[in-house]
Design a protein around this ligand. Structure first.
Ligand SMILES: NC(=O)c1ccc[n+]([C@@H]2O[C@H](COP(=O)([O-])OP(=O)(O)OC[C@H]3O[C@@H](n4cnc5c(N)ncnc54)[C@H](O)[C@@H]3O)[C@@H](O)[C@H]2O)c1
Length: 374
């Protein structure tokens, strides 16, 4: 194989357009095909790049000279296109979320496992580029190295995803059950849900409170509060909305060794002098907290959105077997949390993970049908 991976891009909207630029600029990728069902989107990209173009992804997968593809279509098409690419042994980098629901996520993961029997070096990655951001990497390093000790609580208030009615009125597939499969959780929060599980692991039980169209005239959820329980005793809270301005992005992770806070681009660690668990057990003074120091944690951040690093990593994995930053199979985790929150809010009960894919799909079908009637 040459030292560059031939890439086709499917879906030439906001994200696909950015990917065309990165694939052209990166040293280990070459743009060799573009596809969009909308001819005018194709024509716009052709003004800048002279590459074979298609309006049907099946034709592109059959005819274009591509080693791998990047899928940047609306979410419901991610699984279909992935499965078609695997049939031809083509590597896949799929935009987030990998799918809308766990049933489709399993289909993709199973198809990948099956295809790898014939193509053992097949690469399947997801565009979770926030995993390359310096502050998240630093927080992960601190947790993985045990600096926080046993984790007690993680709370993420991520309410700075403000959107106006005109954003939703711009139409198309967004903010509908049939076109997008959800609201703030499936559109804005896949990165946050992925980072949550990447940093502190998967919850086992989820309780969600969800409001559909509370701040906007939309079918889907625009305000969510969720409570998570982890098997190791840690509890989590996830609060999000597109209806708050200015909103907040504050992540607190509390361990026995202190409290780590990410907010406004800064990481602060309130470091306990000794374990709070030890203090609870051993202190003879009823109200005495552990002595604490406040540290500003330094980190390096590349300062871009980071899509190019995932594409570069995807190509490096194809060419040299590099370890993936965001294996697509891990995309099931954020989808599972998403589906559990919605299912819990609907049933008004705690949902265990793994989520029953058939049950969630039945609920989604019901939401789609109800929306079509109104
Ligand atoms: N990683 C990120 O930072 C990030 C940011 C924005 C969007 N996204 C994801 O990228 C995907 C696309 O979002 P967007 O904002 O670019 O949407 P968009 O609506 O701007 O673009 C989607 C494009 O896909 C085309 N399309 C639809 N169905 C198709 C099909 N079957 N075959 C080929 N083309 C098809 C549409 O014509 C459109 O041009 C979504 O999954 C979204 O969640 C990721």
């Amino acid at each position: 194989m040459t030292d560059t991976v031939k890439i086709g891009i499917i879906g030439l909207g906001n994200m696909g357009t950015v990917h065309c630029r990165h694939v052209t600029e990166l040293p280990n990728t070459t743009l060799t095909g573009i596809c969009d069902t909308n001819q005018s989107r194709v024509d716009r990209i052709l003004q800048t790049y002279d590459v074979p173009s298609y309006t049907d992804y099946d034709t592109m997968l059959n005819e274009a000279d591509v080693d791998g593809i990047i899928i940047a279509t609306p979410h419901y098409d991610h699984p279909k296109i992935t499965l078609k690419a695997f049939e031809r042994g083509i590597h896949v980098l799929v935009e987030k979320p990998i799918a809308v629901h766990v049933k489709d996520s399993h289909l993709m993961i199973d198809a990948y496992a099956e295809t790898k029997k014939e193509y053992p070096n097949l690469v399947f990655e997801a565009m979770f580029m926030q995993r390359t951001w310096g502050f998240w990497r630093k927080i992960k390093e601190m947790i993985d190295e045990g600096e926080l000790g046993q984790l007690i609580r993680t709370t993420w208030i991520i309410t700075d995803w403000f959107r106006t009615q005109s954003y939703y009125d711009s139409g198309g597939w967004r903010a509908t059950w049939a076109g997008e499969g959800g609201g703030v959780l499936i559109n804005q929060c896949p990165h946050n849900l992925d980072l949550y599980q990447w940093l502190v692991g998967m919850p086992s039980r989820v309780y969600g409170f969800v409001t559909f169209g509370k701040h906007h005239t939309i079918e889907v959820e625009d305000e969510v509060t969720a409570y998570f329980e982890h098997d190791d005793g840690m509890v989590g809270h996830f609060i999000t909305t597109t209806g708050e301005s200015p909103g907040t992005n504050r992540l607190e992770i509390v361990g026995e060794n202190g409290k780590l806070v990410y907010e406004n681009g800064e990481i602060i660690f309130f470091r306990n002098e000794w374990s709070s668990i030890k203090q609870i057990k051993e202190s003879e003074k009823g109200f005495e907290k552990v002595p604490v120091t406040r540290e500003v944690i330094e980190f390096d951040h590349h300062g871009t959105d980071g899509h190019e690093f995932i594409i570069e990593n995807f190509a490096d994995a194809i060419l040299n077997g590099a370890e993936l930053i965001a294996p697509a199979g891990e995309g099931l985790n954020s989808i599972s949390i998403n589906n559990a929150i919605i299912l819990s809010a609907h049933k008004k009960q705690t949902i265990e993970i793994p989520v029953d894919g058939d049950e969630y799909w039945a609920l989604l079908e019901q939401y789609i049908a109800d929306a079509a009637k109104s």
